[in-house]
Design a protein around this ligand. Structure first.
Ligand code: ADP
Ligand code: GN1
Ligand code: MG
Length: 367
């Protein structure tokens, strides 16, 4: 059997026998497997992940971050006497040598978490309740980490949300056009160029001390929160590779990007892509219940902008990857990254069309 989990699961502190394992989830970056173990007559599942070492250059430092972050969220939940803590925060299962990861013979880095049962992730938003819950959960995650002591977390990907750097990289790739694909993306490149002024806004506000660096998740896609099957509440924030110093607005912006449109990220019918106001309202409401207590006025007044910016930023990244020959995001078909880019830019336009109403709404909810 060509199942990598078969070769590495023994290297983790897990009791019992491996019954089965299979690829799991649809993330663009890591390789994820769900594996079941027999433990004294009970079937218990775990998640195994091979960290994408090409993208995350220093997996031991990344796992040090995750260990600290999961310890801190658990400690805070315990202090607050929250029930069901083992489903509310990821827990790193140590390797047999005590490390937070195991390195296989090919140099691959593996980690293991308990499988959060009775919950699932969604790629497309279903209703306003989910939008509220996802935003509440990510806000709570930021809140739990706000007082974390010790040294600054490692930057697992430097300049991850540096939109100026993302724009400049695209410009460079456009100039080089290594795969001769530029002629088919003239419209997208023009769209981005026309919005170049946006890329410095949050960076400037941060440089001027108006919005602070915080511990943020930085990849707050809808499908990075597990939603409980029964209660429909957001139980656990997952995908912690990019938890590092960042801006709260990057997190809110990625929620707007992924939880307001009824279309898939790679939808080819762009008429389906739109920012839906009820979802946005639910996101703001959910986020403010937890993050409202620490956000400053400048952050609150840029909630709408952050959605537009992060949609543009990820659009820029998909376009860059398309021009570079699909070296970063996993693809399933030719021009997949271009399709993804187009949905992001369509979303930017939809936000622009509704910006005034969105801004009025946030004002009415924050005054
Ligand atoms: P990627 O970085 O590739 O997006 P994720 O960490 O988000 O990887 O995992 C991919 C998917 O696997 C998630 O969307 C989720 O559905 C599932 N998953 C991840 N961790 C767990 C877990 N501990 N319990 C249950 N499902 C999980
Ligand atoms: C990637 O790992 P995943 O699929 O949750 C990417 C995000 C992008 C997202 C676009 C480490 O997230 O930054 O916003 O795809 N993660 C990394 O869907 O680059
Ligand atoms: Mg993910």
């Amino acid at each position: 059997m060509n199942d990598p989990v078969l070769h590495i699961s023994h290297a983790f502190q897990i009791y019992g026998t491996l019954l089965e394992s299979r690829p799991h989830g649809g993330g663009h970056i890591n390789d994820t497997y769900a594996a079941a173990f027999g433990q004294a007559g009970t079937r218990v599942r775990y998640i195994f992940q091979r960290i994408n070492h090409r993208i995350f250059k220093n997996p031991p430092a990344l796992m040090e971050n995750i260990q600290r972050v999961t310890d801190e969220t658990r400690r805070r939940l315990e202090l607050a006497e929250i029930p069901d803590i083992s489903r509310r925060s990821l827990r790193v299962i140590p390797a047999t040598d005590g490390k937070a990861f195991h390195q296989d013979e090919e140099g691959g880095y593996w980690r293991c978490y308990p499988f959060i049962e009775g919950a699932r992730t969604y790629d497309i938003i279903r209703d306003t309740r989910q939008a509220y819950e996802v935003a509440r959960a990510f806000g709570e995650f930021q809140q739990l980490l706000a007082g974390m002591e010790g040294i600054r977390l490692h930057e697992t990907i430097p300049d991850f949300h540096n939109t100026r750097a993302r724009y400049e990289r695209l410009r460079q790739v456009v100039e080089e056009d290594p795969h001769g694909r530029l002629s088919s993306v003239e419209a997208e490149w023009k769209f981005v160029c026309e919005r170049q002024d946006m890329v410095d806004v949050l960076l400037d506000l941060n440089a001027r001390g108006l919005i602070p660096e915080r511990v943020t998740h930085n990849d707050t896609k809808l499908n990075n929160v597990m939603i409980d099957d029964t209660t429909e509440t957001g139980v656990c924030v997952i995908d912690l590779d990019t938890v590092m110093p960042g801006l709260a607005l990057y997190d809110f912006g990625d929620m707007v990007r992924t939880a307001t449109s009824p279309a898939a990220e790679d939808e080819t019918d762009l008429t389906k892509v739109r920012m839906q106001m009820p979802m946005f309202e639910a996101l703001v409401r959910g986020y403010l219940t937890t993050a409202g207590e620490f956000l400053n006025e400048t952050e609150k007044s840029h909630l709408v902008f952050s959605g537009k910016l992060i949609a543009l930023e990820i659009g820029i990244r998909f376009l860059t990857d398309h021009l570079e020959g699909d070296v970063y995001f996993k693809i399933k078909r030719p021009a997949h990254n271009l399709d993804r880019c187009r949905t992001q830019l369509a979303l930017v336009r939809s936000i622009e069309d509704q910006e005034k109403e969105m801004t009025d709404l946030v004002e009415s909810m924050t005054k």
